[in-house]
Design a protein around this ligand. Structure first.
Ligand SMILES: [Zn+2]
Length: 407
């Protein structure tokens, strides 16, 4: 299923007083959620159905009348927890999700606010923003990147390390096609994250050398630290922070790159190859029959780190109907200049040298050129060429709730 919403996460910086209030919201949401889980736990096919959302809301009103501490909290937060639960159950019955389970204190803490208005999020300075949380007020967050337009809901969470985040959910807006008729082929590179048929090489920013050294040191320390020791959990948290930084940079790169490509080209061609297939098996293809199993293992990490799958997914969101998946024959052995397939042309991993026409180029760029040239063969493109670029997308739909659930 393609995700129909954009979720961008930011570090929330509550004051100590706000933190107490946020924790209370979390506690209420957890309490209500767990109550709903409890009610559904004993349900079996054939029995009288477990209470639905309406009935649960009635029960919530009763519970609020009964428990002072619950009454003091936000009814918005508490009702939303019930809605989330109802949605999770729908996902369960629909066969797409597991049965929702109990939420534990200190883990999976969070709550969600929907029907967010534009004036409930504002920017204070270059690096600081504020979001209005019911009964808590304006809470600051680190404006680490642009907040998407049209935020419909947000989720506030607290991780095991005690850090708070706010994740804004918005319907992604398709990027308009330039209308120039320009097309581009993209190849997931070996040495780079993505090579374009234009000759550009795109790279996910890796961890800096200093960060990598720190990561190695932390991993060594972790191996030495005693199980259950405070030292160990500290080291673990530090490692998690470094990994999170790496993944943030990758997401950021995916966002920027996909927008840029959608803006510059009318048609974007990528190879129709499931990333899972490539990463899971090293059995080989016609082009490289079974060699290099070890080399492939290293490559797998690179592919995953490069965020290739994420890039293609985001391209499909931002350029709906303009991403063409093609199936070129021998993309890495065919010369993109003259079309000859030459098994000896691959001089090295990086260089393609055609013995027929003399073309010399980066092997990944050559493959990207072949991918671009096979657009004409893709069935989808015939339709596309007649109708012109279609800029379609979800218009004013609410974000799909089940997709917003944090699992
Ligand atoms: Zn050639």
């Amino acid at each position: 299923m393609t995700r129909l919403i954009d979720v961008s996460r930011y570090r929330l910086k509550p004051t100590p007083a706000q933190e107490t209030a946020l924790l209370e919201h979390c506690g209420h949401a957890r309490f209500v959620w767990n109550l709903a889980v409890e009610q559904h736990r004993y349900w079996r096919p054939g029995r009288k159905s477990a209470p639905g959302f309406a009935e649960q809301c009635r029960q919530l009103t009763q519970a609020r009348a009964e428990f002072m501490w619950l009454r003091g909290g936000s009814v918005i937060v508490q009702q939303q927890a019930l809605k989330d639960f109802a949605q999770a159950m729908a996902g369960f019955f629909g066969g797409t999700h597991r049965h929702p389970g109990f939420r534990k204190r200190g883990r999976s803490e969070g709550f969600r606010i929907v029907a967010v208005k534009a004036d409930q999020i504002r920017r204070l300075s270059r690096n600081v923003g504020e979001v209005r949380v019911p009964k808590v007020g304006w809470v600051r967050f680190r404006w680490s990147r642009a907040v998407p337009e049209g935020v419909k809901s947000y989720r506030v969470t607290r991780d095991a390390a005690g850090r708070w985040h706010v994740a804004f959910a918005a319907i992604p807006q398709p990027v308009p096609a330039p209308g120039t008729g320009e097309s581009v082929g993209i190849d997931r590179g070996v040495a780079v994250s993505a090579a374009l048929s234009t000759g550009e090489m795109l790279n996910v920013p890796p961890l800096r050398e200093r960060e990598r050294a720190r990561l190695r040191r932390l991993l060594r320390e972790l191996a030495r630290a005693r199980r259950g020791s405070g030292r160990r959990s500290k080291v673990k948290a530090a490692i998690a922070r470094l990994k999170a930084r790496e993944s943030d940079r990758r997401k950021d790169w995916i966002e920027k790159t996909s927008t840029d490509l959608a803006r510059r080209f009318d048609v974007i061609a990528v190879e129709d190859l499931r990333i899972s297939k490539m990463t899971r098996s090293a059995r080989g293809t016609i082009e490289a029959p079974g060699r290099n199993v070890r080399g492939k293992a290293g490559l797998n990490r690179g592919i995953l780190a490069s965020g290739w799958g994420g890039l293609v997914r985001r391209l499909e969101h931002k350029a709906p109907g303009r991403v063409v998946k093609v199936n070129p024959a021998y993309p890495s052995l065919r010369c993109s200049a003259c079309g000859i397939v030459d098994r000896e042309a691959r001089e090295s991993q990086a260089v393609f040298r055609c013995r027929s026409c003399g073309y010399v180029g980066n092997a990944d760029v050559n493959a990207a050129g072949n991918i671009r040239q096979s657009i004409a063969h893709a069935a989808g493109h015939a339709v596309f060429a007649r109708e012109g670029p279609r800029v379609t997308g979800p218009a004013h739909r609410e974000p799909q709730r089940d997709l917003l659930l944090v699992r």
